[in-house]
Design a protein around this ligand. Structure first.
Ligand SMILES: CC(=O)SCCNC(=O)CCNC(=O)[C@H](O)C(C)(C)COP(=O)(O)OP(=O)(O)OC[C@H]1O[C@@H](n2cnc3c(N)ncnc32)[C@H](O)[C@@H]1OP(=O)(O)O
Ligand SMILES: O=C([O-])CC(=O)C(=O)O
Length: 395
C-alpha cells in the first residue's frame, strides 16, 4: 500500500453494508429502515422509532405498549449510578458523566451469572440491554443538569411518554405539548445516521467481540468531539459570543480571518445541506414562537445567510438543535448528552447488526516513520537476523 492509495479519514470509503439507515446526499434524504425521517418525526413517538431501528419495523400497538412498559420499568436513576456520578467533580463534563454512568451500568450487568462478555453474542440479551440503557439515559442526563444546578433529582412519572417524562425529570414541571413535540422530533432526528464516527466506533469495538456497553462507552467518547456531536454545544457557545443578529457580520469576518471553524456547518457526507435541518428548523420555529424569542430566529438566519453566502457550506443538524435546546431550558453542557440519549438507539441497532454478521475491523496503514535502525550495542542472533529478512516492509 502506498500513501497515494490512502483515503484519509476513510472519506468516501464503503466499509460494510447496513440495513439500519440510508443517507443519500444526492437526494438530501435519510431513511430509517426505509422510512423517510421527516415522516417519522411528524407522526411517531420516539419509542416507536427506537423499536423501528432495533427490529426493522414500526411497532404494532401491542409492541409499542410492551416497549413502553419496559421503558417505564427502567426509567429511574439506579442508586449505584447516582452514587458514581456524585463522586465526580461538578466541573466534570456531562459527556464524561454519562460515559461513566454507562460504564457503571455495564459493570453492574451480571445477568446470566457472569460478565457481559459471556453473552456478548446473544441478540435477545443485547436487545434487552439496549432497551434498559435507552430507558435509563434520560434520568442520567436529567440528574446531571439538576446536580450542576444544585437541585434534587425528580422521580420519573409513569403517566408520561418518553419525551414528556425526560423533560419532567429535567425541569420538574409539567411540560407544554408544543415543547414535548419539538423535543420528540429532535430525538427522532438525532437517532441514527449510518456510519458516522461514533457509530463506526461502536462497530469497531463490537467487531472484537467486546460487549455492548463497552461499544456504547467508546461511541460516547467519539460523539463528544466538536467535529461530531459536540458541535451542538459549540453552536450555542457561538450564539452566546455573537449575542445578536447585528453582530453577525463583524463576528464572522473576525472568525474567518482567524480561520476558525464555524460549528454547526458542514458535513462529511452532505455537501448541499443536511436532510434533517428543515425539520429541526421547523421545530425551532415553533419554540421561537412559543417562547416569543424572535431574536433567536434573527441570529440564526443572519449567521446562516452570511456563512452560506461566503463559504457555500450549509448548516448541519446541530445548528438548529443547539438554539432549540437552549430555548427549552437545557444548559449548553447538556446538549451533547441529549444526543447520546437519542443516538443510543442507532448505536445499539448497529452493534446488533455488526454482531450478527461480524468481521474484525482492522484496516492497514502505510508506515512513514524512520527506516529500520538498531539499539546501540545490541547484537542480533542469527535466528533474529533471518526472521527480520522475512518480515514484510509494510503491512
Ligand atoms: C451531527 C454531526 O455530527 S454533524 C457534524 C457536526 N460538526 C460540526 O458542525 C463541526 C464543523 N464542521 C466541520 O468541522 C466539518 O464540516 C466536518 C468535520 C463536519 C466535515 O468535515 P470534512 O468532510 O472532513 O470536510 P473538511 O473539514 O475537510 O472541510 C472541507 C473544507 O471546508 C472547510 N470547512 C468545512 N466545514 C467548515 C466549517 N464549519 N467552518 C469553516 N470551514 C469549514 C474546511 O476548512 C475545508 O477547507 P479547506 O479545503 O480550505 O481546508
Ligand atoms: O453522519 C455524520 O458524519 C455525522 C452526523 O450527521 C450524525 O452522526 O448524525
Amino acid at each position: 500500500m502506498t500513501e497515494n492509495e490512502i483515503r484519509k479519514g476513510l472519506a468516501g470509503v464503503v466499509v460494510d453494508t447496513t440495513a439500519v439507515s440510508k443517507v443519500n446526499p444526492e437526494t438530501n434524504s435519510l431513511l430509517y429502515r426505509g422510512y423517510p425521517v421527516q415522516e417519522l418525526a411528524a407522526t411517531q413517538p420516539f419509542e416507536a422509532v427506537a423499536h423501528l431501528l432495533w427490529s426493522g419495523e414500526l411497532p404494532s400497538p401491542e409492541q409499542l405498549a410492551e416497549l413502553r412498559r419496559i421503558e417505564r420499568e427502567h426509567r429511574a436513576l439506579p442508586d449505584n449510578v447516582r452514587a458514581a456520578i456524585d463522586l465526580l467533580p461538578l466541573e466534570a463534563h456531562p459527556m464524561d458523566e454519562v460515559r461513566t454512568a454507562v460504564s457503571v451500568i455495564g459493570a453492574s450487568d451480571t445477568a446470566g451469572g457472569g460478565s457481559v462478555l459471556d453473552a456478548s453474542g446473544s441478540p435477545e440479551e443485547n436487545l434487552a440491554r439496549s432497551i434498559r440503557l435507552y430507558a435509563a439515559l434520560p434520568a442520567i442526563v436529567a440528574y446531571g443538569q439538576r446536580r450542576r444546578r444544585a437541585l434534587d433529582p425528580v422521580e420519573p412519572r409513569d403517566d408520561l411518554d418518553y419525551s414528556a417524562n425526560f423533560l419532567w425529570m429535567t425541569f420538574g414541571e409539567e411540560p407544554d405539548p408544543v415543547v414535548v413535540d419539538a423535543f420528540n422530533r429532535s430525538m427522532i432526528l438525532y437517532a441514527e445516521h449510518s456510519f458516522n464516527a461514533s457509530t463506526f466506533t461502536a462497530r469497531v469495538v463490537t467487531s472484537t467481540l467486546s460487549d455492548l456497553y463497552s461499544a456504547v462507552v467508546a461511541a460516547i467518547g467519539a460523539l463528544k468531539g466538536p467535529l461530531h456531536g459536540g458541535a451542538n454545544e459549540a453552536v450555542m457557545h457561538i450564539f452566546d459570543e455573537i449575542g445578536s443578529a447585528e453582530n453577525v457580520v463583524p463576528w464572522l469576518e473576525a472568525a474567518l480571518a482567524e480561520k476558525r471553524k464555524i460549528m454547526g456547518f458542514g458535513h462529511r457526507v452532505y455537501k448541499k445541506g443536511d436532510s434533517r435541518v428543515p425539520t429541526m428548523k421547523a421545530a425551532l420555529d415553533t419554540l421561537v414562537e412559543h417562547y416569543d424569542r424572535p431574536d433567536v430566529a434573527a441570529l440564526y438566519t443572519a449567521l446562516e445567510h452570511e456563512f452560506v453566502s461566503r463559504k457555500g457550506i450549509y448548516p448541519n443538524l446541530d445548528y438548529p438543535s443547539g438554539p432549540a435546546y437552549n430555548l427549552i431550558g437545557f444548559d449548553t453542557l447538556t446538549f451533547t448528552p441529549l444526543f447520546i440519549a437519542s443516538r443510543v438507539t442507532g448505536w445499539t441497532a448497529h452493534i446488533m447488526e455488526q454482531a450478527g454478521s461480524n468481521a474484525l475491523i482492522r484496516p492497514l496503514s502505510a508506515y512513514n516513520g524512520p527506516d529500520e535502525r538498531h539499539v546501540e550495542g545490541y547484537v542480533a542472533s542469527a535466528e533474529e537476523r533471518a526472521a527480520a529478512q522475512r518480515a514484510p516492509e509494510v503491512e
